[in-house]
Design a binder for this molecule. Structure first.
Ligand SMILES: Cc1cc2nc3c(=O)[nH]c(=O)nc-3n(C[C@H](O)[C@H](O)[C@H](O)COP(=O)(O)O)c2cc1C
Ligand code: SF4
Length: 587
């Protein structure tokens, strides 16, 4: 008889194979691969053959997808695969020491231990994923316990449940978090108001998308509703990959009804019958409870053929991501929902015209849908009564880093950085990083700046950097992140992120030269202007901020005037030449 692990594994394998045998829709390729990876801890060759037969895809169609996503692999790297979250705030919490301790404690076991991008547990780090399952606050005691479970070869889904408990840490409630919504109430209002009046309510509320770009939600829905189509789709972007952001995790954990309610209101307004949630793979532990909420809503007549007994049909599926930050970008997300690599699409056409399966699609952030459920209930004036002229209402901030109370805070737009720091206990702060790695670095002298679209826009991440930190470590973490997460499709970003990483590395080693500072500036600007999507154009922001606001950061780590060991001049010249040649084709 096999060991408990073998038995469990084979049950999962049978389940995965059965799933594939009942699938013929090639847009489910990624979801099939995720199931295989979970069951076998890699993608075996015979499962690829089976996928080819079932989905009518070529070997190449499948391999490019496996190679694109960091949570999929043709090679089995160990019986247990441990990924250590590597956001800069995880570094503050000692993830590098954790890496060493895990390696030394598990040296004799068949385990792979690597880093991964931010896992969305920055308020309770350092965090790890074991075979895809997230564990928070990993200290010495937890390491020992994990090592024992691994030595016993106990399958991860049989580990004590307390290992997988997460904290929501909601520490400040304003007008939105103080409201309890009755499931179905917002849908009822939307049905009573009708399409046009519902859009007017949202318009008057001034709701702008909470995923980062800040586009008017009402306008997006109106464009989609106006596009001729046989089918329209509602997509909830729960990819939440921006380092330091974790508010969508908390909303999905505590307020899933309200998020699904907002999606259903959207369906009623735009005339969609199908919705999809794209949930980042790191949050797969939320899947069972999200399915439960969906079933509850079907049982209560809030999803299905006749919602609230009306002529409104809508249902929601959940798709998992597989470790690719770029899949948060809406067109890459749609590609991924279709089972492909997450390579951004050429726009226009925008998703509201041609999105999922080529049909008009609204893509909104989790928090945007959640706010819709409240606005429909409490009205536009209630929402627009707080905030600033161009930024109405409140928004959720995920606060992490060097502060007393990391967690979720709801603030009205217009709040200053000083006020936010006072609320979360950020003392002795040298800088904050607003909106994640792609966002803005704000130094202490600018702490009177305000969170709002007119000043400091944000997708919800607020990382506090104490005076004891070296900002160069933060830049090195970001440059490493972008090098890893660039999808590689366009040269300005694929090569530019690597060159920036090389330059930051030189300075970290005290080897930077004056010419590299100029090169950093040039590369960053070329990337901003020529990258194909928002990842490449926003990735250089933190480096440009540092060059403009704190050049001493670099001079303290160099500059050496002549440094042949790290001479990147030829590589940068080649890059500039390439970008100049290609940029015409890329635009
Ligand atoms: C590289 C990149 C990553 C993104 N990641 C996310 C994400 O994780 N969640 C999100 O809602 N929007 C993300 N966005 C923004 C989306 O493209 C899109 O604007 C958003 O989902 C629209 O929803 P909203 O209007 O409600 O903000 C990302 C954009 C870029 C360029
Ligand atoms: S900018 Fe280019 S390489 Fe970078 S993520 Fe976007 S499409 Fe991919």
């Amino acid at each position: 008889m096999g060991k408990p692990d073998d038995i469990q594994q084979s049950e999962k394998q049978t389940e995965a194979i059965r799933f594939i045998q009942h699938t013929s829709d090639h847009s489910l390729l990624l979801q099939c691969l995720i199931k295989i990876q979970e069951a076998y801890l890699h993608i075996p060759a015979d499962t690829v053959e089976l996928l080819q037969q079932q989905l009518g895809l070529s070997y190449a169609d499948i391999t490019v997808v496996v190679e694109f996503y960091s949570f999929l692999s043709f090679e089995k790297s160990g019986d247990y695969q441990i990924l250590i979250s590597n956001n800069i705030t995880d570094q503050f919490l000692g993830n590098q020491t954790l890496f060493k301790k895990l390696n030394s404690r598990l040296a004799d076991v068949n385990v792979s231990i690597e880093y991964t991008s931010c896992t969305g547990l920055c308020d309770q780090g350092p965090a790890i994923l074991v075979n895809g399952w997230a564990i928070n606050r990993v200290d010495d005691e937890r390491i020992e316990h994990i090592a024992e479970l691994i030595e016993q070869r106990l399958p991860v889904d049989q580990w004590p449940s307390h290992f997988f408990e997460k904290e929501d840490n909601i520490l400040r409630r304003d007008i939105q978090l103080s409201v309890e919504c009755q499931p179905g109430a917002a849908i009822k209002t939307a049905i009573q108001q009708g399409r046009e009046q519902s859009l007017e309510t949202l318009e008057a509320a001034g709701l702008k998308g909470r995923g980062g770009a800040g586009f008017s939600t009402a306008s997006k829905w109106r464009f989609c509703a106006q596009t001729e189509a046989g089918q329209r789709y509602v997509v909830c972007n729960a990819d939440e990959g921006e380092p330091g952001t974790f508010k969508d995790r908390v909303l999905l954990n505590q307020y899933a009804h309200d998020v699904f309610e907002g999606m259903t209101v959207c369906a009623a307004v735009i005339g969609a019958t199908r919705g999809l949630v794209y949930l980042r793979g790191e949050y797969r532990y939320l899947l069972p409870q999200l399915h439960q909420v969906l079933q509850q809503r079907r049982d209560d007549g809030l999803l299905g053929a006749h919602i609230l007994g009306e002529d409104l049909a809508f249902d929601i599926d959940i798709h998992l991501g597989a470790g690719a930050y770029i899949c948060g970008e809406e067109s890459a997300l749609i590609e991924s929902l279709e089972g492909k690599r997450g390579i951004p699409r050429i726009r226009p056409p925008f998703p509201v015209v041609s999105g999922y399966l080529g049909q008009p699609t609204v893509v909104n952030n989790v928090e945007s849908f959640w706010s819709v459920s409240r606005i429909m209930l409490l009205g536009a004036d209630w929402f627009a009564g707080v905030g600033t002229d161009a930024s109405k209402g409140t928004r959720l901030l995920s606060i992490s880093g060097d502060c007393r109370d990391p967690g979720i805070y709801e603030f009205p737009f217009g709040v200053t950085v000083t006020e936010i720091l006072a609320a979360c206990g950020g003392e002795q702060t040298q800088a904050i990083q607003m909106a994640g790695a792609a966002g803005t670095t704000v130094l202490a002298r600018d702490f009177e700046r305000r969170m709002c679209h007119e000043d400091l826009a944000t997708g919800g991440s607020f990382m506090v950097i104490g005076r004891q930190r070296n900002l160069l470590d933060m830049l090195a973490n970001f440059s490493n992140f972008f090098t890893h997460e660039s999808c590689g499709f366009c040269t300005p970003c694929r090569v530019g992120t690597q060159l920036i990483d090389d330059i930051i590395c030189c300075f970290k080693q005290g080897q930077g030269s004056t010419s590299e500072l100029q090169q950093l500036n040039d590369i960053a600007k070329l990337m901003q202007q020529n990258s194909f999507c928002g990842l490449g154009s926003s990735a250089p922001t933190a480096f440009l901020n540092a060059l403009q606001q704190s050049p001493e950061l670099f001079s303290a780590h160099g500059p050496l005037d002549d440094n042949p060991q790290f001479d990147l001049t030829a590589a940068v010249a080649e890059y500039e030449q390439l970008v100049a040649t290609l940029s015409g084709d890329l635009r």
